[in-house]
Each structure stands twice: as C-alpha cells, then as structure tokens.
Ligand binder design. Structure first.
Ligand SMILES: C[S@@+](CC[C@H](N)C(=O)[O-])C[C@H]1O[C@@H](n2cnc3c(N)ncnc32)[C@H](O)[C@@H]1O
Length: 298
C-alpha cells in the first residue's frame, strides 16, 4: 500500500530501525528512575576507565558528538526517554537557556533534563503579572535576564533593564562569580541568539551608578542577584524598593547561602531574615537551590 509519504514498507522499516536504535540508547532498559538512565554515559566511561580499554575509550570520545546528536534527535522525536519531553516548555529552548546563558546550580536546575528550576518561577511571574518594566541586577552570562526577556516576548509586551557591573573573577575582589562577560561581549548579540534582544537592554555599570543615572524609572518586577554581601544587598534594596510600583514584586537570589565566595562574605541570608519580617514575603527553600525570596509591595 502507498501512503502520502510513499511506500508504507519504507515507513515501517524506518520505525523498526528507530525502535532498535532507541533500545541501543536505553543502555539500562527500564531503569527505576530517570537519573539512573541519564547517568549511563558516565557509568560507561567509568567502566572503560576501570578496565583500561584505552582504545575503546578514545573511540568513545571520537564518536560521542555523533551519538549525542542521534540521541537528541531520538529524544526530540519522542522515541526514547519520553519523560524528557516537556509539555509546557520545549526542550530545545530550555537547553539553549542553560547552555548559552549558563544557569548555575543555585537555581534548582536539573541539567540532565534541561529543567529550568527557579527560571520557571520567574517566567511564570512575568507571564502572570505582564509587567511593562522589569529590573534585573547581576548575572554571569544572562540566565535569568534571558528568561525574563523571553517571558516579555511571550507576553508581547514589557522590557527588561539588565544591570551588571561586568566584574571579573581575575581582577575584582568581590566579583560574586562574575566572569567579566558583559565587558567582553556584545549583550544585544548575545540575547539575539534566542531572539529576545528587542525585550532587554543591558547597562554595564554598578547599581549605584544606574540608580543615580535613572532615578525616575518605575518597575513592576525587580530581581536582585548582584553584590551578595550584607551591605551590598541592603544598598540594592534601598536603591530600588522606592522604584517598585504598588503590588509589584522584588525577588532575591541566594537567601540561604552562607560562608565565603573568594573574598566576599555572603550576607543575603541575614538581610532576608530582617527584611522578611517587615514585608509580605515568600521564601522558596528548595533542596537543590541557594534559595529564592520574594517580597510584594502591598
Ligand atoms: C555572577 S552573578 C551571581 C551568579 C548568578 N546566580 C547567576 O545566575 O549568574 C553576580 C553578578 O553581579 C555583578 N555585580 C556584583 N556587584 C555588582 C554591583 N554593585 N553592581 C552591578 N553588578 C554587580 C557581577 O558583575 C556579577 O556578574
């Protein structure tokens, strides 16, 4: 019989082949949970290391990009790992957000599933609030700013003002894990990679400089992830709380982080203990995260 795609025998052979291939990639056929299955490449490497099959190990690294491409294609087509399909947020865009914009562990991510963790909370807030103006302070390579801009794009409205001093681990004592990215790269080009450059404007300066330059701006959503010292986060709160509209939200990353980051001492947790008594506050204290806090101006 001939279908609109041509000979149905060809189709059924193709389906058969894909099924076979899918078995090849399910090294542990029906492992109990997803993390067991996605660990298989690591386990394979470990095994090859242990038995010292160096020739095979090298071969593995040579063919790995091709295998990854094939595995991705099979996942995207739904032939393997059906649980990796995301029904609301599509896998290719989540992957770009994590890889190009460098989401870090503190956001409650799952890099194996390209799960966006706190990014989804920000996205959901922006989709629901439909803010005209958003302020975002601090990001290493743009993970949260890109998500905020994407939510504006999906809303068909809104603009993110993204402020980062472009501090670098090599030449700033209190870089807070910054890599000087915003001084080295063109931010508009960077955000254009997912088509959100029209929804975000980058200001490479300190928050103090920004607040002095734009004292009359107003926001409905503010995200603070810049200077993580006690004094630094209080400064940002004092600079920007007056710019937040009534019913707007101000969120803070790293409300549970303690100790040192190079020469900086984390102080957001202390600030959060104090400020959350004064305001309508919600803390997201999720297990794989550095904590996210939200204040609503009522
Ligand atoms: C790298 S982020 C922290 C990591 C973050 N959780 C992420 O998702 O990328 C901290 C950023 O804040 C910036 N920063 C630190 N102090 C600042 C200040 N006073 N004004 C503006 N940006 C600042 C640094 O340049 C750095 O890029």
């Amino acid at each position: 019989m001939t279908s609109m795609f041509g000979n149905s025998n060809v189709l059924s052979s193709l389906t058969h082949l894909l099924r076979k291939l899918s078995k090849v990639f399910s090294f542990l056929p029906e492992a109990k949970n997803m993390s067991e299955r996605v660990m298989t490449t690591d386990k394979l490497l470990l095994f090859l290391n242990m038995v010292k099959w160096f020739g095979f190990r090298k071969l593995y690294w040579v063919i790995r990009p091709g295998l990854e491409w094939l595995a991705e294609s099979l996942i995207n087509a739904g032939y393997i790992y059906p649980s990796f399909q995301q029904s609301l947020i599509k896998r290719p865009i989540s992957k770009k957000l994590l890889k190009l914009y460098d989401g870090d562990d503190g956001h409650n991510l799952d890099e194996r599933q390209f799960f966006l963790g706190f990014g989804l909370i920000h996205y959901a807030f922006i989709r629901n609030l439909k803010p005209k103006n958003i302020l975002c302070i601090g990001s290493r390579k743009g993970f949260v700013p890109a998500i905020l801009a994407l939510a504006c794009k999906d809303n068909g409205m809104g603009l993110v003002d993204f402020v980062d001093a472009g501090y670098d681990q090599d030449n700033h004592e209190k870089h807070w894990s910054g890599i000087g990215f915003w001084k080295k790269e063109d931010p508009a080009k960077h955000f254009a990679q997912i088509g959100v450059d029209g929804y975000i404007k980058t200001f490479v300066m300190t928050t103090k400089e920004y607040a002095e330059k734009y004292p009359h701006k107003h926001y409905q959503y503010i995200y603070i992830d810049g200077d993580h010292s006690y004094e630094g986060v209080i400064l940002d709160y004092n600079l920007f709380w007056p710019l937040l509209d009534k019913h707007g939200f101000m969120s803070f990353h790293d409300i549970t982080e303690r100790g040192y980051l190079d020469k900086g001492v984390f102080g957001v947790y202390k600030f959060w203990e104090e400020v959350s008594k004064k305001h309508h506050a919600v803390s997201f204290l999720l297990p794989q995260s550095a904590g996210l806090g939200m204040l609503q101006k009522v």
